[in-house]
Design a binder for this molecule. Structure first.
Ligand code: PEP
Ligand code: MG
Length: 375
């Protein structure tokens, strides 16, 4: 029931009975998308059975943004190393708290997937600042260096640019630092008798080679920690499937992945070629008028196109690895109609924002009950 609000007891009992009925019937597990311990705790109260997506990019904003900026524009390895060393304890603490909250339940942590421009100063603003300083004869060397790098890294289409695994390959120390933070946090919690279950997830993978490269690094970090601490770590490594190419090559990608999670936000964007950041675009209303779709494909899964890729990717992945765990963590994971589709194609779980967890539980149950009543 709603936090802080007085609710009729009869209503609470009725809802609890309906939820119990749905939970008893459902096959799909329901996890949550949570980036903070607070969200994870709220979702647990709503019945989430794990974290299906912990996005890590927001953890690099605020006070830490400067460290990331330093990392990206570092001129040499020492400077990069220093920035990573400073980030490691902060990241470790982020994960310690989430593992504590989700004790005994799986937590899928996705390695950083930023559109790069969110971490860099705005090119125009910086150019103007440097030009004005030069005019005044007050040259700031740091700003000049920064400007050079921001120009070098500037992208016309950041969402199609140096994101996800691409950034991990460009700056390998970044993913290694995150893997270390996750696994050290898990080892710390395990030493205190908890049962952390980290699942390390790689974003924006398009080719099996990308996954092989990053996975080799993570495995090496894990071995280092096991030797340093004389422990055996429990963790898994998997990938997002959010590019059409990854869905088509899912049988090969599955060789290197212990789990798949469909990122239907990016998959929708890439399949339709609609920018997910411009869904209010002027032409969209015409698409409703002409019944090209009756609901935005970002809101409810386009079952033929994007859903076709989810179904194909799942089948291909499980052909290689019959026990491959498959979930979805795009916004569609909390949408009733989409949930029925995910159930039908045999996903293991959906993951959605904390407040949608009860609805997802309900719909996952309804999906089974409806299918039974039609038989
Ligand atoms: C997705 O693309 O569906 C996804 C979950 O990742 P993000 O929204 O963070 O790109
Ligand atoms: Mg994505």
């Amino acid at each position: 029931h709603f936090e802080g609000e007085k609710v009729d007891d009869d209503l609470v009992h009725a809802v609890a009975r309906i939820m119990a009925h749905a939970d008893g019937a459902r096959r799909l597990r329901v996890r949550t998308n949570a980036d903070t311990p607070e969200d994870a705790a709220r979702a647990r109260r709503f019945g989430a059975q794990g974290v299906g997506l912990c996005r890590t990019e927001h953890m690099f904003l605020g006070d830490r943004r400067e460290l990331v900026e330093r990392l990206i524009v570092a001129e040499d390895e020492d400077a990069q190393h220093a920035a990573l060393e400073a980030l490691l304890p902060l990241q470790r603490q982020d994960f310690v708290e989430i593992f504590e909250t989700m004790d005994g339940l799986p937590v899928t942590i996705r390695l950083i997937d930023p559109p790069l421009h969110e971490f860099l100063p705005d090119l125009t603003e910086l150019s103007v600042r440097v030009a004005l300083a030069e005019e005044r004869g007050e040259v700031d060397e740091r700003d000049q260096v920064l400007l050079r790098h921001v120009r070098r890294l500037h992208e016309q289409n950041p969402m199609l640019g140096l994101r996800g695994v691409r950034l991990g390959i460009q700056i390998p120390g970044l993913f290694r630092m995150q893997a270390r933070a996750i696994l050290e946090a898990a080892a710390d919690r395990a030493a205190e008798g908890m049962r952390p279950l980290p699942e390390i997830m790689i974003p924006l993978v398009a080719s099996v080679r990308e996954l092989e490269i990053v996975k080799a690094d993570i495995l090496a970090v894990a071995r280092e920690i096991e030797e340093e601490r004389e422990v055996t770590l429990t963790y898994s490594i998997g990938t997002m499937i959010e590019l059409p190419r990854a869905a088509f090559l899912a049988d090969r990608i599955a060789k290197e992945a212990q789990f798949f999670s469909f990122g239907t936000n990016d998959l929708t964007q890439m399949a339709w070629g609609f920018s997910r950041d411009d869904v209010e675009a002027s032409f969209f209303s015409r698409y409703f008028e002409h019944a090209i779709f009756d609901v935005s494909p970002f809101e409810s899964l386009d079952q033929q196109g994007v859903g076709g890729m989810v179904e194909m990717g799942t089948k291909k992945g499980r052909k290689t690895k019959p026990d491959l765990k498959v979930g979805v963590c795009g916004e569609h994971g909390g949408d009733p109609r989409s949930i029925h589709f995910f159930d039908k194609v045999g996903l293991d779980y959906v993951s959605c924002s904390p407040f949608r967890v009860p609805v997802a539980r309900l719909e996952a149950g309804r999906s089974v009950l409806l299918a039974r009543s039609k038989r």
